[in-house]
Write a protein that binds this ligand. Structure first.
Ligand code: PGA
Length: 258
């Protein structure tokens, strides 16, 4: 975990899992188990569950957010959702640029850039996901791919505007594959990203930037990632679907006020 007072943020990404009823009972069960953790606990839930989960999470450590949004403030975009609607429902953050959005729904860096701008306007904290494919990794293109994603997704935004941003490094080959990156690889990539961010947006912003690792994070490997100096948090998919595993990941450092 970072030496520079960056807050640890652990985000559960539920993807298209959990009905409203399942979501609310999960949060009621999770809340007392994570009350004393040193980490910030974020849950990115399905759109339909945001309002009820946010209500159930009031007065708890759990912060509720969304997994995607459109870049327009409103309009004729059948099936889409606007940031202002998420905010009204109780979302405080939004995951943008997840590899499933990029690959299955063909989202470009340019589109993600527009969404980040909209999220910031609406007061939603963006979690920007970046990551390389297995092919890019094997061709040693990771650095070039990530730098291009950062440059294009964060284009025309100043360090001041980007202040709330969280970055999540998710190597695509590690997502849902049970084949996580090694903690050492995550550290190397996070450190490279932080240096690049410092070069472009300044050292002060880069030093304060929370960078999460995501991709097959489980109870038994979470703490090894968190021991790395440039890993400030985790983005957890499958292991966030069970109260038992997610609470153990969130409490990896033990609790402050048990
Ligand atoms: P995983 O998913 O933990 O199931 O690999 C991570 C993610 O997609 O954010």
């Amino acid at each position: 975990m970072s030496q520079s007072n960056r807050q640890c943020v652990i985000t559960g990404n539920w993807k298209m899992y959990k009905t409203l009823e399942e979501a609310v009972s999960f949060v009621k069960e999770l809340a007392p188990l994570v009350n004393g953790t040193v980490a910030k606990v974020y849950l990115a839930v399905p759109f339909t569950a945001i309002k009820s989960v946010a209500d159930a999470a009031k007065e708890t450590k759990i912060v509720v957010g969304a997994q995607n949004m459109h870049d327009a403030s409103k309009g004729a975009f059948t099936g889409e959702i606007a940031g202002v609607m998420l905010k009204e429902a109780g979302a405080q953050f939004v995951i943008l640029g997840h590899s499933e959005r990029r690959h299955l729904f063909h989202e470009s860096n340019d589109f993600i850039n527009k969404k980040i701008k909209r999220a910031l306007i609406e007061g939603l904290q963006p979690i920007l996901c970046i990551g390389e494919t297995l092919q890019e990794n094997e061709a040693e293109q990771t650095e070039a791919v990530l730098k291009a994603q950062l440059t294009e997704c964060l284009a025309d935004l100043t360090a001041e505007e980007l202040h709330p941003l969280i970055l999540a490094y998710e190597p695509i080959w590690a997502i849902g594959s049970n084949k996580s990156a090694t903690p050492e690889l995550a550290q190397t990539v996070h450190s490279m990203c932080r240096e690049f961010v410092a070069h472009t947006w300044g050292k002060e912003f880069a030093d304060a930037l929370v960078i999460q690792y995501g991709g097959s994070v489980k109870v038994d490997n979470a703490r090894f990632f968190m021991e790395q100096p440039d890993v400030d948090g985790l983005l957890v998919g499958a292991a966030s679907l069970s109260v038992d595993s997610f609470s153990k990941i969130v409490n990896y450092q033990g609790v402050q006020n048990p």
